[in-house]
Structure formats: C-alpha cells, structure tokens
Design a protein around this ligand. Structure first.
Ligand SMILES: [Zn+2]
Length: 253
C-alpha cells in the first residue's frame, strides 16, 4: 500500500544522489526524521524546489512512497517560513549546524517530536533575527535534552545531598556537586556559577539573559553531556566553539 506524507519540516542534511537528485533528511513536525528523495532537483537551475531545499526554511513538504518501507519521493515542497539572513553569517550557520547534528544524533527516525520541532524552529527564528547564537543555542539544547528525557539533577550535591555551595557539575552523573565534595575531583568536573545554575534550572526560552561567560559555561556542560549521551563529541562543536568562544590563552602573552 502506498504511503503519503504531508507535513511541515526543515532540512537536517542533504546528500547528492547520482547526477541529478538529492536525498534530504528532514525533521518534520508530526513524522519526526524522514528521508526524502528529490528526483532531478539538481538538473534544472530554475527548478522551484531547488531554492526551497537549499536553506534552513520551514517547508511544507509532500512525499509518497510505494510502501511503508520504501523511501519517500518528494512530490511537492513550498517555503512556509523563509530564513535567508541566517545563511549569511558564519556564526549563525554554524549554530544551525550544531542543532542539525544534535537532532540527527539524538532522535530516532519517524519518531514524532512536535515539541522538539517547535523548539528547533524557534531557535532558527532567533538566529535569523540576529540573536547572539551562543546563549540561544545553549538554552535550546538544554531544553531539548530535557524534552528527550536526558535531564540533569540540580537540587542537591551528588555526593552529600547538600543544596548549598553548588559550584561543580558532574557530566558523568548529570548532577551538581558542592564545593567541599567536588574540590578534590575538580579536574574531572565542570565549574558552574549561580547564574548558570539558575539558567540550567529554569531553561528560560526564548531568552538572552546569560552573560558571555555563563553562556560559554552552559554550552560546555551541554556539549559534554551530548557527547556522553551520543557516544562521542559532535563534529560541529569544534568549529562553532572556535568561532564563539575565544581561547583563554589568546592575548595573554
Ligand atoms: Zn557535597
């Protein structure tokens, strides 16, 4: 029996297929991650589908497949919400690539995750509006981790249970650690400030209230947590970090 899908989605990945086609990984609102074949789209420069499939716009897509196990073939695509500015700045483009890779690695095919979809498109909107990518990306990923069930515990120290002087975070245990318990293990823990602890607790969204230092700290905690959950560092982390977080050694001599 043939399958037909019509949904909103945005593009996570594009892979050229043969001379003229494109295989597109989409994050759709109601059908999760989907792989769609866009036949002949690279052949004709005036093909209307080409522009839609080139960006990070929210699209309306329609696809059909011969059976439930066959690959979807794109039958129609329209831009519902264009995001052109996002593509023009390297730092917002790199932030978008981090969220693309995070979704590719954290979610399963065809798993409908409407809340994660809405969160991801609101991040793309913020990036398109020119918001600072670092706090926006860090808070978005923090919320996403929670929506996907990989949340952390912030109510008390992992070792003694105390709710005071919580100045470290254990990526391994996904929980805060107090100063007395954490100090001997400081090299294996990540530092947190009250500002970051508050941001991790509330995960305000959409928000841009974090200091540069706090955003960097939160980003580092989240990237380390994601690496742990997905079995290795994200490939997009390093280029984004290199652009957003200057090395502390630069300029110190
Ligand atoms: Zn403790």
């Amino acid at each position: 029996m043939s399958v037909r899908i019509r949904d909103h989605g945005w593009i996570l990945q594009r892979v050229a297929f043969r001379e003229s086609s494109l295989v597109v990984r989409l994050f759709t609102r109601d059908h999760g991650k989907q792989t769609v074949m866009a036949r002949g789209v690279r052949q004709n420069h005036r093909d209307g589908r080409r522009a839609a499939l080139a960006g990070l716009h929210t699209l309306e897509v329609e696809g059909t497949a011969r059976s439930a196990s066959a690959m979807l073939v794109l039958t129609r695509v329209d831009i519902v919400k264009p995001r052109y500015r996002l593509l023009q700045r390297p730092e917002t483009l790199l932030a978008a690539q981090v969220i693309q890779e995070s979704i590719l690695r954290l979610t399963a095919d065809a798993d409908p995750l409407a809340e994660v979809f809405d969160l991801s498109t609101s991040l793309l909107d913020l990036l398109d509006r020119g918001e600072h990518p670092l706090p926006a990306l860090a808070l978005c990923l923090g919320r996403m981790i929670h929506l996907l069930g990989y949340g952390w515990r912030l109510d008390g120290c992992v070792a003694c249970g105390s709710g005071k002087k919580l100045t470290f975070f254990s990526v391994k245990r996904q929980q805060v650690v107090c100063t007395p318990c954490g100090t001997p293990y400081a090299p294996r823990l990540l530092p947190i400030t009250p500002e970051v602890l508050a941001a991790m607790t509330l995960l305000p969204w959409p928000a841009h209230t974090l200091s540069e230092q706090g955003a960097g700290m939160l980003y580092r905690i989240i990237m380390n947590s994601l690496a742990r959950v997905t079995g290795g560092p994200l490939l997009t982390d390093e280029p984004f970090r290199a652009m957003m977080i200057p090395s502390p050694n630069i300029g110190s001599h």
